[in-house]
Design a protein around this ligand. Structure first.
Ligand code: FAD
Length: 470
């Protein structure tokens, strides 16, 4: 049963969505000549598409062009776990960094959780939105302390009504796994079929007159007035630009040390309604554990299990095919799936895929402006973008229109990201630290304590001021 699942190059979610005419949508052929626009958006993920959506909401007559090298949703927006969260688990940090403005940021990010659902309903996008909450579970004695400290932090930050402590019995009543211990249920969390959301956004944008060109990589970009985005067979000259390029920003000189790229992977089971009944996991809760490289696990309406976790180490080179499928990372996930759900041994794992995430040093996205005021960007979602990119779209649409509003005034706008070291230092350092984190997680999974050297190495990023690692 531990054979590796097939690589799903487009992700199971995209395969599912593209099988329906409403999500496959009308073609958006590559740009084939030179054009002009009011705003050019680079990147057809949630960031770029929510920005386009809010731009058209605010100024329906605006001429918006969106350029995507693959298809809209072909990047992480169509391949993620579909957990829709805000920043409540970052609230302590937001308060520390920005005081009450940090709380306002978290409140607005929380609003996005509900607004994504309302948007789907208003626009007839059946993205399987379900506000079924998340259950954080400890899967080792070492994680018990983290459950408790998270509960203390969230209660101190005023989220006592949202995060509810769960005894082992309560945890197992929601989902019975022999590795689950105590837990934390967050009531304000939702889930979507991520590719349906991405492709639904694309449909609505086309209906509103956004000109989308897929298969259109921006090979050269000139900031200024006008901004010029050059692609293989045509260019766009525009008054303003928005960059929603996620991990690909790493190849842009301006952002090289602002984001680090990491792979994360998902394995998808076959439908298993009886198996889910057997373990009592029928409430649709998302599950995650308190490892440093956490697992994120959810079910689907047709009773599949999507089992995700961090994999391939941070890379400083380009975003190659191993971000789509990495055998080592997938094999670890398969083993972890079987460890979590030994009673589901007969359930086949049908597909696996991955994608890159854009890690920021603070574990928070940052927004800003370059090129003398004409180029705006939103980056660093660090694996939590499904909800926050909606907020990001509001922010970036405001920045592109020169608006001063409650979104463009948020402290994440203009925030200086904590930079990563230059690559000659970062690459070897990261390799050693990642290996230590992995070792620490594995030892703790086995109920063992990491040796002091491993523990110290794993904590190095925090000691250096990054909000990453244990
Ligand atoms: C496997 C996986 C699981 C995840 N799970 C979750 C989750 O459960 N919940 C959550 O909140 N977040 C999750 N994330 C993170 C989340 O998917 C991202 O934060 C979010 O999708 C980012 O959206 P984006 O639009 O900024 O980036 P993307 O979706 O990556 O879109 C950027 C787009 O820009 C395009 N592009 C880049 N460079 C160029 C160029 N030069 N020219 C033209 N186009 C270009 C890319 O092709 C890409 O489509 C996960 C990520 C992965 C990979």
């Amino acid at each position: 049963m531990n054979a590796l699942p097939r690589p799903a190059d487009r992700s199971w979610w995209l395969e599912e969505a593209l099988g329906h005419a409403e999500f496959a949508g009308e073609p958006a052929p590559p740009l084939a000549h030179d054009i002009t626009a009011d705003v050019v958006i680079v990147g057809g993920g949630y960031t770029g598409m929510w920005t386009a959506y809010f731009l058209k909401e605010r100024e329906p007559g605006l001429d918006v062009v969106l350029l995507e090298q693959d298809i809209c949703g072909g990047g992480p927006s169509g391949r993620n776990g579909g957990f829709v969260n805000g920043f409540s688990d970052e609230l302590e940090l937001l308060l520390e960094l920005y005081g009450e403005e940090g709380r306002r940021t978290a409140d607005l990010a929380d609003r996005s959780i509900d607004e994504v659902g309302a948007w789907c309903a208003d626009h007839d996008v059946d993205a399987w939105y379900s506000a079924s909450g998340d259950l954080g579970v400890s899967t080792s004695p070492a994680q018990d302390a983290r459950v408790r400290s998270t509960l203390e932090e969230t209660t101190a930050a005023g989220l006592g009504g949202t995060y509810l402590r769960q005894t082992p019995e309560q945890v197992r009543a929601r989902c019975d796994s022999p590795v689950f211990r105590e837990g934390l249920f967050s009531t304000h969390a939702a889930h979507v079929q991520p590719a349906r959301l991405a492709r639904g956004l694309r449909r609505v944008l086309l209906e509103r007159g956004v000109r989308i060109f897929e298969g259109t990589p921006v090979a050269r970009f000139r900031a200024g007035s006008p901004v010029v985005a050059e692609t293989p067979h045509g260019s766009v000259r525009a008054g303003r630009a928005v960059l929603g390029v996620n991990a690909w920003a790493h190849a842009w000189r301006a952002f090289r040390r602002d984001v680090a790229v990491r792979g994360t992977y998902i394995v998808m089971s076959a439908p298993a309604p009886e198996a889910l009944e057997r373990i009592g996991w029928t409430g649709g809760e998302g599950l995650y554990d308190f490892r440093t490289a956490l697992h994120y696990v959810r079910s689907t309406p047709d009773s599949r299990i999507a089992f995700g976790g961090a994999g391939l180490r941070v890379a400083r080179q380009g975003i190659g095919p191993r971000y789509r499928y990495d055998e080592g990372s997938v094999a670890s996930l398969v083993a972890d799936f079987r460890r979590w759900f030994p009673s589901l041994a007969e359930v086949p794992l049908e597909a696996a895929w991955g994608g890159p995430i854009d890690m920021s040093g603070h574990h928070l996205p940052f927004f800003g402006t370059l090129g003398g005021g004409t180029v705006h960007f939103g980056l660093g979602f660090t694996g939590n973008g499904v909800g926050p990119c909606h907020l990001g779209g509001r922010i970036l649409s405001g920045l592109a229109l020169g608006a001063e509003d409650g979104f463009t005034s948020l402290p994440l706008v203009g925030a200086t990201p904590k930079r990563f070291p230059p690559s000659w230092l970062f690459r070897p350092g990261e390799r050693v630290v990642s290996a230590a984190i992995l070792r620490k997680d594995r030892l703790e999974d086995d109920g063992r304590r990491p040796d002091p050297f491993t523990a110290a190495l794993a904590r190095l990023p925090r000691r250096l001021g990054y909000n990453l690692g244990p």
